[in-house]
Design a protein around this ligand. Structure first.
Ligand code: G
Ligand code: G
Ligand code: MN
Length: 401
């Protein structure tokens, strides 16, 4: 995969020279910015549209140091190459200053040759840029409130595909926190705290808004897809939740039919009236309702009985390596049979291997999601993923027919 590059330099001649060099090296996605301010503006519209920034240091107005520090505190997860006439010692100091807050691929003296630039660009890997770090401690209530206030949330999208045809079916929006100290943080570090400290409504509000905007954006670009969003049981306890979500969706010109709300079963505790009311009202508006992580909660069958779910999402612990496992395979097949007889769509998460993929096709599961198909990724990477998937899809669908 080739990175998209943004060149930042106050010298228009340098910008022209560097971009034609990159073009001659085969890079197709090259943007330019004549100042730090201009670059920040570009990035604020879509921080994830740029993979690598090649940045000058000495610029009038905001210099490169301040620019990079702001970048480190923003939702930008790409990498940086320093390109300056100020000498290597200065550039090393700048690299030190940034520490681990930004991935700096390296530094080059101006003017940079093709070989040296290529060597640094080759160091870029997409996963460094988008995988959440695992070291962050669980969030305190204060940290969650701060993240809410400063809007430090970021959505990644994981594709789902039709297992029979391989067609793109939709994506699940998964929230991360872009934390100034920890970097990108996975939701298992903060969702529980958000629920406990009463911050989940605000968090889910942000997630819904962002996912709906993304859906509207893809829709206007001609990409048809179903958007899935996770909602917590605590969201469903708030009276009026169903109406608010419906209004959000319709205000953006999108339709409830194109959304699925995934409710995690372990949190679907006692079926008290308010959550049930919200769930039935969501369904009346034609939202899809998914029982998430099916099989891991405590009373999944009672919830299947009481809630008008449209989708059953089998937990990944019943999916990966199921073929030769005499315990999990019957549970997987039984869950699929249950879904079928209740008229629900069956989704398998955790599809990690081709063996998982083929088994699910054989036993008639409808939709698959998992690392084999695609990892959660920034929205800007979905078009690239789609391109690559079209090629892989053909062999996965034809292989055993
Ligand atoms: O993103 P991961 O890839 O680490 O997600 C872990 C779990 O976090 C998911 O299974 C999901 O249940 C939960 N999760 C992810 N995004 C959201 C969200 O926006 N809201 C809620 N309530 N849970 C989420
Ligand atoms: O539906 P749920 O919200 O539980 O699913 C999303 C979670 O599952 C996220 O944490 C995501 O990163 C994770 N996930 C998605 N696909 C796979 C996979 O193939 N294997 C594993 N181990 N985890 C996965
Ligand atoms: Mn989910």
């Amino acid at each position: 995969m080739q990175p998209s590059v943004l060149l930042v330099d106050d010298d228009a001649f340098m910008l022209g020279m560097q971009s034609s060099m990159l073009r001659s090296m085969g890079y197709g996605m090259i943007g330019t910015a004549i100042s730090s301010e201009a670059a920040l503006l570009t990035l604020s519209n879509d921080p994830q549209s740029v993979d690598v920034i090649i940045c000058d240091l000495n610029m009038p107005g905001m210099d490169g140091v301040e620019f990079l520090q702001r970048l480190a505190a923003s939702a930008f997860f790409g990498s940086v190459i320093l390109l300056s006439g100020e000498g290597m010692r200065v550039m090393h100091t700048v690299q030190k200053l940034l520490g681990t807050r930004l991935v700096v691929l390296g530094a080059l003296e101006k003017p940079a040759g093709r070989t040296a630039l290529q060597a640094l660009l080759d160091r870029w890997t997409p996963l460094i840029a988008s995988a959440p770090s695992v070291e962050a401690p669980p969030f305190t209530a204060d940290e969650v409130h701060t993240a809410n206030r400063l809007r430090q949330w970021v959505l990644h999208y994981q594709p789902k595909v039709d297992l029979r045809t391989g067609a793109f079916a939709g994506a699940e929006a998964l929230v991360r926190c872009n934390h100034p100290d920890y970097g990108l943080v996975a939701p298992d570090r903060f969702i529980r705290t958000a629920e406990e400290c009463g911050a989940i409504d605000s968090l889910t509000g942000w997630v819904l808004q962002a996912a709906i905007e993304q859906q509207a954006c893809w829709q206007s670009a001609g990409l048809k897809m179903r958007m899935a969003v996770n909602v917590s049981m605590d969201n469903l306890r708030a009276p009026g939740f169903a109406h608010r979500v419906g209004d959000l969706v319709r205000n953006k010109g999108t339709s409830p039919q194109d959304f699925t709300l995934e409710v995690t079963e372990s949190r679907l505790l006692s079926p008290s009236p308010v959550p049930l009311e919200n769930l039935v009202r969501l369904r009346l508006q034609r939202f899809g309702l998914s029982i998430d992580d099916f099989g891991t909660g405590h009373s999944s069958l009672a919830h299947l009985r009481d809630v008008p779910f449209t989708e059953l999402k089998v937990d990944r612990s019943f999916v990966h390596n199921a073929r030769h496992n005499q315990i999990i395979r019957p549970i997987l097949e039984g869950s699929l049979g249950l879904a079928k007889r209740l008229g629900m769509q069956a989704v398998a998460e955790g599809v990690e291997s081709e063996d998982d993929w083929h088994l699910l096709r054989e036993i008639g599961c409808d939709i698959g999601q998992g690392y084999l198909i695609g990892r959660p990724m920034p929205s800007a990477r979905i078009p690239q993923w789609l391109d690559q998937w079209q090629t892989r899809r053909a062999s996965l669908v034809l292989a055993r027919e």
